[in-house]
Design a protein around this ligand. Sequence first.
Ligand code: KPL
Length: 332
Amino acid sequence: TVSPEQLANDPEQPTDSPGQHHWHVLGAGAMGCLWAARLAESFIQTGHTPNVTLILRDNDALASFTGQVVVESAQGEATPFNLKATSAAQLNYPVSNLLVTTKAFDTEEALRSVLPWLDHNSTICLLQNGIRNHLALQNMTGIRVLSMTTSHGAWLKHRFHVVHAGSGQTFFGPLQTVNPEYSRHLSRSTFPAALTKSMNLKHTEDMEKRLWQKFAANCVINGLTVIHDCQNGALLTRPSAHQDLVSLCSETETVLTQTDRLNMALYPYVRKILLATATNWSSTWQDVQAGRITEIEEFNGYLCELAARANLPCPHNQAVLRSITNHHAVIR
Ligand code: KPL
């Protein structure tokens, strides 16, 4: 295993011009397309040829790729970006920077397909909802794994055409606490500077806490927007939805506090997110609308698992889980 300290002192590690690295993006959903395009943009801005490759699921996906990802702004202005694409089966060279944007339930299989091309010089940046994958992958032997969490809003209008609906912030960092020198090294060397600006990227030493907070918010918000068929903001303004929100918030806070995962007042935090994303349709609502499997197992499913292990009741989370899982049954 390469320790953070070793990496920090490793002269082989890039500290000079991150703009020149080759990035691979695994997963071409809304986030994958958005980040791949913004990465390409950051190369262009510094006078480099975009060195970004999408890793698509299979040859069918590859055949449907025209060589462009389109990013549409909230105001409807569409910009195309020329990108390369490959499939995991066609990879035949080491991957140095891998941004993983797959849905949480697809990650294990997708990563396994790329694993032969990762080594101790590779960095995996895990941009994922939920926290289970982040916890499971943090100790991957010999590969540097960084977690990311974002509040940018994006949705896919068509395949490889993403709408960047709401600008937000993105935090990244390792889950483990690391020394300040390594921390500075990560801030400097991980992402191209232009991307840091365009995606409002910030390094944090508090990554695990941020992931638990986002996880808690997703447990409370996402399922309820499906149950009440509403945008995020309506969970505050619609009395029946708000009542559910308060109960779910209180139960989720109890489970996370009692299991030593997170100790904070959840309602004010969730309220702030709901106000900031009032007109958003949650990712789970979007998944259900599009007939896709949702990430509810990673949200309320995992919360129920934590509660069960600690013998804590969680009827509200169970009800949300059941209700959304019923949609999956229809899809399957
Ligand atoms: O992360 C989100 C999601 O929709 O998955 C929230 C925070 C609820 C914003 O929509």
